[in-house]
Ligand binder design. Structure first.
Ligand code: BMA
Length: 381
């Protein structure tokens, strides 16, 4: 049987996950979590789900209106993956760092589950040592590990995370599976858990402690753990802080296209070529390591702020990702006008946005999945 799969994997493409070796790191995972994982394994290399951060909560011109979604207003379908961030939950705040009320977030997560879609959660947690935000890069990792001065405080924060995750359940008491992506963009220098502010061992210890606390101590069995780096310049940068096979289910990458606000056509072209090259090179590494480790993979955050390129979805994004066995691609939030910076901050199209037509083309690609399609697959059974 095993050799059959090995040959099949080789024929299908060298990076497709081997279903015989793929296994959740939580042996007590709930049935729905196992079902979701198995679906992700069998869809790998065949389909890529589309995701959007905070999709149901607000869009470029609206906030908290039931049933709305910028994506839906373009394609008459919802994303297949819904991203949320629980930064602020550690203090027991009512709203997250982007002022989304947690009680609404909970409602949206349940709604997304019933739509047959997937929820993923990141955690822009404050700095436990200073009380500053995630971007306060005062060293903290060592201090929150067992034996550290702030360990107990950190554990109390994890408790609030655990309580929130466990509160995400249906009316029938089914715990909602979550792709959990803590301490993300670990190789960057902007968060306190970033590469310059802790050693690889400290990062791995933080990761392992978090997983063991949630899974083995708080008995949370509906999480799929997502390891995440920002774009990187070599393989070592991607693997240096990898906590190992036993502690991750999915390997993922965050990478954004950037250009000056007043970029000329030519500058936009150059920025697209540069982005495609970097994305391709990075995804190759992610796919190879994921394949070696028998892990799923994803493009967990991407986008081009305010989407200034009309055909960005098919020409730049889809063309570059289509041959990689990633489970999903998620674009960041549609905040709208950022007053402090006097610029628009959004990554998904909305009705009337210049890339709307091209996004409809992306929607028609056979390889792409949105929520009507995932509903039919029945990811949780
Ligand atoms: C960033 C921006 C910020 C936001 C943060 C967490 O990329 O969107 O405005 O606070 O993500 O969602």
């Amino acid at each position: 049987m095993k050799s059959f799969y090995l040959i099949a994997c080789f024929l299908l493409g060298e990076w497709v996950i081997n279903p015989v070796c793929a296994q959740l790191i939580d042996s007590k995972a709930t049935n729905e979590t196992k079902a979701l994982y198995n679906h992700l394994v069998s869809l790998s290399g065949k389909k890529i789900m589309f995701g959007h951060q905070d999709d149901l909560a607000y869009g470029v011109h609206w906030k908290y209106e039931d049933g709305r979604s910028d994506i839906k207003e373009v394609i008459n379908d919802f994303p297949a993956v819904f991203g949320w961030d629980i930064g602020g939950i550690e203090h027991g705040y009512l709203n997250n760092l982007d002022s989304v009320p947690f009680d609404r977030m909970k409602k949206y997560i349940i709604e997304a589950y019933h739509k047959g879609a997937i929820n993923t959660i990141s955690w822009h947690t404050d700095n436990p040592v200073t009380g500053g935000n995630s971007w306060d890069t005062t060293r903290a990792v060592k201090e929150i590990l067992p034996g550290g001065k702030y360990h107990h405080l950190f554990v109390s924060w994890l408790d609030r995370v655990a309580t929130f995750l466990n509160s995400l359940e249906t009316m029938n008491g089914v715990k909602i599976p979550i792709l959990f992506r803590p301490f993300h963009e670990l190789n960057g220098g902007w968060f306190w858990w970033g590469r310059p502010y802790c050693s690889p061992e400290e990062y791995k210890d933080l990761w392992k402690f978090t997983i063991e606390y949630l899974r083995d101590f708080r008995h949370i069995h509906q999480l799929i753990y997502v390891y995440n780096t920002n774009s990187f310049s070599n393989e070592l940068e991607f693997t240096e802080r990898y906590p190992g096979k036993e502690f991750t289910d999915m390997l993922s990458l965050d990478i954004y296209q950037r250009a000056p606000l007043d970029a000329s056509k030519e500058q936009l072209e150059n920025s697209s070529r540069k982005f495609e090259k970097q994305l391709k090179e990075n995804l190759k590494v992610v796919a190879q390591i994921a394949h070696q480790e028998h892990k799923l993979s994803a493009l967990s955050e991407t986008g081009f702020e305010a989407i200034p390129v009309r055909n960005w979805w098919t020409r730049v994004l889809y063309n570059t990702i289509k041959d990689f066995p990633i489970s999903y691609v998620l674009v960041w939030r549609n905040h709208g006008l950022m007053e402090a910076k006097n610029k628009m901050h959004y990554f998904a199209p909305f009705k009337g946005q210049k890339s709307e037509g091209d996004f409809k083309k992306l929607y028609k690609k056979k390889r792409m999945l949105f929520s009507k399609a995932t509903k039919k697959i029945n990811l949780y059974q």
